[in-house]
Design a protein around this ligand. Structure first.
Ligand SMILES: O=C(O)Cc1cc(O)ccc1O
Ligand SMILES: [Fe+2]
Length: 458
């Protein structure tokens, strides 16, 4: 901490080095930053230990089936209820479903990365909505956002509209949440559950002398059922994202003396940002237990399964997390990763096939290149292939892969991902009109030669 109460870059790095985690997915975790802070045997003793306030945070309805039920009990210095009124504040570049600024577009769309943010842009100010579907007030659908930031948040944010899956592409982040701290870097993802307060601090992008390089990434805001691990079916008891590789924070709290002056708390509620000045930090949870918790996952831990005989499997085999909808097998949104893997398929066109899909696909690139696109799909950029829009390998990829000698081949030069959703994604006006929208994307499929010969040559 520096003299004015600001956290120094050095202090932040030391904090990260000392971090420990709980492991597992969907566990009934428990953690206390001060011994004895967690009550035993009950959630609401007449007086909670150490003079703390007990509070339940429900991420699912009280009555949802046990397998889906998400809630946590928090033991905090000040009750969350003790706050002044929220007032509306500028939504910045954040938009929320229903998305009605443009008409849904059947065209294939692709964007370059966001331009550089203005100095002093924190994660929230740099959150820029590309589009989405559903209706946040109905708790259905999802939004695709990008972020770019060159300044750590001093304010605290929470999203009542959905959970936030943060996918860093540039710059490591320290997420200070009500449940404790998570460190993520490009190649990791972090999930902040609905309603959980947090602050995003930048690790690489900041020195004590001022702002440094930009931190960037993608965010899937999921208005629907919380992400869960997909069922494995015939794959068996192990594989894809293994539960033990997920990290949850241990309890860590900010006490009154850690905060100099009022703390701005911004709440996203039914599409608008609301702000209030608290006289204490809402990150004041000394102990907690439950399963509605933030978590992080290193995508490189993903156990990639694919063919060892022939044909290109559907990318559902790469699902990390899925948010089920009311119809079994039909996800509100799937989070899918294209992680390093071997390709060995015999007599097989190995890159992604040409296809039209009832699902809508937003793809982003964390690093390197993607095996369906030779050019133009770049880290920090993204593509949108809406319901039934025809897409697949670009011309160069098609020509190369059709002629390639089919030796075992390791794909390890990139990390791409997909938010795949059952509803079409409608772009925001800012995304449809963005300078960084590529105008000649269709051309990547131009020049695919006719090879048809109705009469087979002898
Ligand atoms: O369009 C894409 O690149 C994503 C994708 C990848 C794949 O391997 C098969 C189908 C698919 O939609
Ligand atoms: Fe696709």
């Amino acid at each position: 901490m520096s003299g004015d109460g600001r956290i120094t870059a050095e202090a932040r790095r030391k904090t990260v080095e000392a971090l420990t985690y709980l492991t597992g997915f969907g566990n009934e975790h428990s953690s206390e930053a001060v011994p004895g802070a967690l009550p035993h045997g009950r959630n609401s003793p007449q007086r909670a230990p150490l003079g703390l306030y007990a509070e339940q945070l429900s991420g699912t309805a009280f009555t949802e089936p046990r397998a889906h039920n998400r809630r946590s009990w928090l033991y905090r210095i000040h009750p969350s209820a003790a706050h002044p009124a929220f007032t509306r504040t500028d939504n910045g570049a954040v938009r929320t479903a229903p998305f009605t600024e443009t008409v849904p577009d059947p065209n294939r769309l692709r964007w370059n990365p966001l331009p550089e943010p203005a100095p002093g842009t924190d994660f929230l100010a740099g959150l820029w909505t590309l589009g989405g579907n559903g209706d946040a007030t109905q708790r259905t659908g999802m939004a695709v956002h990008l972020y770019h930031a060159n300044s750590s948040m001093e304010r605290v944010f929470s999203d009542a509209d959905g959970e936030l899956l943060i996918v860093p592409e540039r710059g490591a982040l320290l997420l200070r949440t009500e449940f404790g701290l998570l460190h993520v870097e490009p190649g990791h993802v972090a999930l902040i559950p609905r309603g959980v307060r947090f602050r995003v601090e930048l690790l690489d992008a900041e020195s004590d002398d001022g702002p440094g390089p930009t931190a960037r990434g993608y965010v899937c805001e999921n208005y629907g059922a919380p992400f869960q691990l997909p069922d494995l079916g015939p794959i068996g008891a192990n594989g894809l994202a293994n539960a033990r590789d997920f990290r949850a924070p241990v309890a860590a709290y900010e006490d009154d003396e850690d905060t100099a002056g009022p703390v701005e708390v911004v709440n996203k509620f039914c599409g608008n940002l609301w702000t209030a000045a608290y006289d204490h930090s809402p990150l004041d949870v000394v102990a907690w237990h439950g399963n509605h918790v933030p978590y992080a996952y290193d995508l490189r831990a993903f156990n990639v399964i694919g063919t060892i005989s022939y044909d290109h499997p559907d990318p559902s085999i790469f699902t990390v997390l899925t948010s089920p909808s009311d119809t079994p097998g039909l996800a509100g949104v799937d989070f899918v990763v294209f992680a390093p893997r071997w390709l060995v398929g015999e007599d097989t066109f190995r890159p992604p096939y040409f296809h039209r899909n009832v699902m809508s696909e937003y793809m982003g690139l964390i690093e390197g290149a993607y095996d369906a696109k030779a050019e133009g799909f770049v880290p920090g950029g993204g593509s949108l292939h809406n319901m039934m829009s025809a897409h697949g390998p670009d011309r160069e990829t098609f020509d190369r892969a059709s002629a390639a000698e089919l030796r075992p081949q390791k794909i390890d030069d990139g990390l791409a991902f997909m938010f795949e959703t059952r509803w079409p994604v409608t772009a925001t006006a800012q995304a449809a009109g963005a300078e960084h929208l590529q105008h000649a994307y269709d051309d990547v499929w131009q020049g695919l030669q006719r090879h048809f010969e109705p009469v087979r040559r002898p």
